[in-house]
Design a protein around this ligand. Structure first.
Ligand code: AMP
Ligand code: GLY
Length: 424
């Protein structure tokens, strides 16, 4: 099979690494990819949101499957773009329709969907500039801390958690009236604060059945002990110790099954990954958010734990035969630790030469923001690379990752030394 993978982060490097191991792969292209994905296929300089560019490439190169890594092309409707084009209709896209991608693209859509299907989530209200006053009253009726969410995609920055009522009111006003997050905050979801510990659960679905993937926990803050600014993610572990069978049964019965069934009964076309951002509140799971794609850096621990051929699963998704496919996992834990550019998630410098990559034997290095500069590899983003290791448990996997990371150098490099601290 000739496959085109869209995206350029650590998630896409991990997917490319796995796809390259498939017995049914003929050729893998990654658009645009990074210096790491190049080890597993050919990078092509097309943006994942350039649908016309993707179309031309798919036709010229007789691509037989398109796998979408990031959310933006999905929310923009790449699935529908293929479905409605005479020349592209037969090429399956792994990812939901534009309507289905609203599970991530619109917080209000996701909350209303959960309400319709009685899926446990925080109580909420949705407000616009026209209903600002009602929003203020709604806030007055809630207990602190106050959770405000921009409805649309805001690059992971659209959620504010505020201790003080007057601050919450002024932020609500700035989101709705002054477009603090642009068009993304023309609607705002105000939510009850849930106190618990978070984890990420993933399924792949063909719209009829689904397969559960290993769960993971990511570490979003820049600072140790989960302090400081939010990032794309600084590390991840899998499995998650508190996600025992009792807890996962609740996740399955209360959340996953009603979600997949709900999509089907509402006639929402969804063939791809569903990422459930969950919170464990005293043993009960609640949905914090849905994403219409895999997580990053969760993919860098989840996909290495998958034993089965990933293209076989994707074929099952494309042909509505996922239920007939076998899925197996590697009976080991995995951990990943992200190396980032100094200053990230605020201003940082790029173009720093990375040393020591060839010395790593005990771990897998997934590139997140790198590019090739002649024979050398340089940083090209805030999150630069992530070091994944296996172990008999999460602790030993982390030890290996930290050992490997100590051999990799670039100017200004930073990483958290406490990944997994709260669960091991
Ligand atoms: P989201 O983009 O919806 O995942 O929100 C970003 C982060 O804000 C989450 O990972 C949580 O840590 C936090 N968060 C979001 N909603 C809530 C909530 N209702 N209660 C507590 N924390 C929340
Ligand atoms: N690691 C969280 C995300 O991918 O959204």
């Amino acid at each position: 099979m000739k496959v085109l993978l869209l995206g350029s982060g650590g998630r896409e490097h991990a997917l490319a690494w796995k796809i390259a191991q498939s017995s049914i792969l003929d050729e893998l292209y990654i658009a645009p990819g990074n210096a790491g994905t190049k080890q597993h296929g050919k990078n092509v300089a097309i943006s994942p949101t350039d649908f016309e560019g993707i179309k031309n490439f798919v036709i010229e190169n007789a691509i037989e499957m398109v796998i979408v890594g990031p959310e933006e092309p999905l929310v923009n409707g790449i699935f529908d773009f293929f479905q409605t084009d005479e020349k592209l209709r037969k090429v399956p896209v792994i990812g939901p329709s534009k309507f289905g991608a609203q599970l991530e693209g619109s917080k209000d859509f996701a909350k209303a969907f959960m309400a319709r299907h009685k899926i446990p989530t925080a109580k909420y209200g949705t407000f616009t500039a026209e209903t600002l006053n009602e929003g203020m009253k709604f806030l007055e009726g809630m207990k602190p801390p106050y959770v405000l969410k921009a409805d649309g995609l805001a690059a992971g920055k659209g959620v504010l958690i505020l201790k003080d009522l007057s601050e919450a009111k002024s932020e609500l006003k700035s989101m709705l009236q002054h477009q603090k997050f642009g068009a993304a905050s023309s609607k705002v979801v105000i939510e009850q604060f849930l106190d618990g510990i978070e984890l990420s659960v993933f399924v792949i679905t063909d719209g009829e059945s689904f397969k559960l993937l290993p769960e993971a926990k990511d570490y979003k803050r820049i600072g140790e002990g989960d302090t400081g600014l939010n990032t794309g993610g600084m590390g991840a572990i899998s499995p998650v110790p508190f996600a025992d069978s009792g807890f996962m049964d609740k996740v399955h019965n209360r959340i996953i099954v009603p979600t997949v069934k709900g999509l089907k009964t509402e006639g929402i076309s969804y063939k791809g990954f569903i990422f459930f951002g969950l919170i464990n509140v005293k043993g009960d799971p609640y949905v914090i958010e849905y994403n219409c794609r895999m997580g990053d850096p969760e993919t860098e621990v989840v996909i290495p734990r998958l034993k089965s051929d990933i293209l076989d699963l994707f074929e099952g998704v494309a042909s509505n035969t996922l239920s007939e496919r076998d899925i197996q996992f590697i009976d080991k834990s995995a951990a990943t630790v992200m190396m980032v550019s100094g200053g990230y998630p605020e201003a940082y410098e790029k173009g720093k030469s990375i040393y020591g990559l060839n010395t790593i034997a005990e771990s897998i290095v997934f590139h997140a923001g790198t590019s090739a500069d002649g024979p050398s590899i340089v940083s090209s983003g805030g999150r630069v690379l992530t070091v994944t290791s296996y172990g008999k448990n999460v602790e030993t996997a982390l030890e290996k990752s930290y050992e490997s990371i100590s051999k990799i150098k670039f100017e200004g490099a930073y990483y958290r030394k406490d990944i997994g601290y709260d669960v091991i």
